[in-house]
Design a binder for this molecule. Structure first.
Ligand code: NAD
Length: 362
């Protein structure tokens, strides 16, 4: 099993090093090969996604990604900015399904802005379609209005569109993921107003016929936004389009309180995936050894579960993370009184120790 390891910029190198350490103690036949990406790649090779890095990602079974970006690259033309690397990887690898679990660890319920009883034990998975919808639909642009409320005025427009295969494939991802979890899918749409999302709803319902063991409910996006803060534990898998998913996945992420804890996966049609923490390169704390590596370590666990079909190894990592939290170890972003503040490396070492059966002391 070949893994392309792309640490990137800022805290990317620090957190990916910890995830690699964790993968290496699992005693699996993994071949890890590292390459530059983002600002680091621009500085080394003149492009944020050099051909050699893209080829490595294409040849690998999975990609473990850190983060890209730094303010010092903000003056570069758009095509050369670090963030283009992630868009390029999504496009070239055909990554159309973004999976973001929002899991609230018992010991971190206080970090959520919701009442502890609403989020304790929360475990939901938001699946966002990543390559279609109004973000990519053509035509788009600016023009002079010929009709509407203000004919002759300057206007801007985008096009919301989804094709049948695009909806079918994301629906399959959702139903299959639900089979491995709580067997319930909530499909979020705006079918009451938008033609595109009536079509979405019809097709998700059709695909559901192939998954009689999974429950399907439909929910309008405005209600979903409300239910996510009112009773988030009622959800299991949520599937939605690119724009609604963009917003709802961030809302769900904040239910758990800490960005440093949230992994993510972006999958193609064959379950090949790119795995990365949900946060960015955090230039404000880069190089200080204080970044939380758990989102990246948990991304590696997702990689083992979804792409490499090693659910037991994924379980071992996730249990080890629970064990270090239970022992009271905290990086500064999740620190609270009565726990022990540790740095990036110490947190990674503690996860390794928990996997190898050593006692963790807080
Ligand atoms: P960010 O996620 O990097 O940081 C936001 C805040 O969260 C910062 O205060 C940071 O210190 C903190 N934080 C993030 N991850 C943390 C961790 N693991 N442990 C502890 N604290 C953590 O977002 P930003 O500051 O808006 O963006 C910084 C750079 O990252 C920008 O260049 C942006 O374009 C880029 N970015 C990249 C990705 C990606 O690579 N996929 C995603 C988002 C942002």
């Amino acid at each position: 099993m070949k893994i392309a390891v792309l640490p990137g910029d800022g805290i990317g190198t620090e957190i990916v090093a910890e995830a690699v350490k964790v993968l290496n103690v699992l005693e699996l036949p993994l071949e890890l090969e590292e390459a530059v990406v983002g600002g680091a790649a621009y500085e080394a090779k003149g492009h944020p996604l050099p051909d050699s890095t893209l080829q490595l990602a294409k040849d690998a079974d999975a990609v473990l990604f850190g983060a890209v970006g730094d303010w010092k690259f903000d003056k570069l033309e758009r095509a050369l900015r670090p963030e283009q690397a992630i868009l390029g990887l999504r496009k070239h690898l055909g990554l159309f399904a973004n999976l973001r679990p929002a899991l609230c660890y018992e010991q971190l319920t206080h970090a959520s802005s919701l009442k502890p009883e609403l989020v304790a034990g929360l475990d939901i998975l938001i699946i966002r379609e990543l390559t279609g919808d109004i973000y990519f639909g053509q035509p788009r642009g600016r023009r002079t209005a010929v009709d509407g409320h203000f004919p002759g005025a300057e206007e801007a427009f985008d096009t919301m569109r989804y094709s049948r295969p695009e909806i079918e494939r994301i629906a399959h991802v959702a139903f299959q993921a639900a089979r491995r979890r709580g067997k319930k899918v909530t499909s979020v749409d705006k079918a009451n107003v938008l033609e595109t999302f009536q079509f979405w709803k019809d097709i998700v319902t059709e695909v559901h016929a192939q998954y009689p063991d999974v429950e399907l409910e439909h929910m309008y996006v405005d209600n979903a936004a409300m239910q996510l803060v009112k009773a988030p534990k009622k959800f299991d898998v949520v599937v939605t389009g690119n724009m609604f998913g963009d917003i709802l996945s961030d809302e769900a992420a904040m239910l758990t309180g800490s960005i440093g804890m949230l992994p993510s996966a972006s999958l193609d049609a064959n379950n090949k995936g790119l795995y990365e923490p949900s946060h960015g390169s955090a230039p404000d704390i880069a190089g200080k050894g204080v970044a939380n590596p758990l989102a990246t370590i948990l991304s590696a666990a997702m990689m083992l579960r979804y792409t490499l079909a090693q659910p037991e190894a994924a379980d071992r990592i996730e249990s080890a993370v629970r064990a270090v939290l239970a022992a009271g170890l905290r990086t500064p972003d999740i620190y609270s009184e009565g726990t022990r503040k540790v740095g990036t490396r110490e947190m990674g070492d503690a996860v390794v120790a928990a996997i190898t059966g050593k006692t963790i002391t807080g």
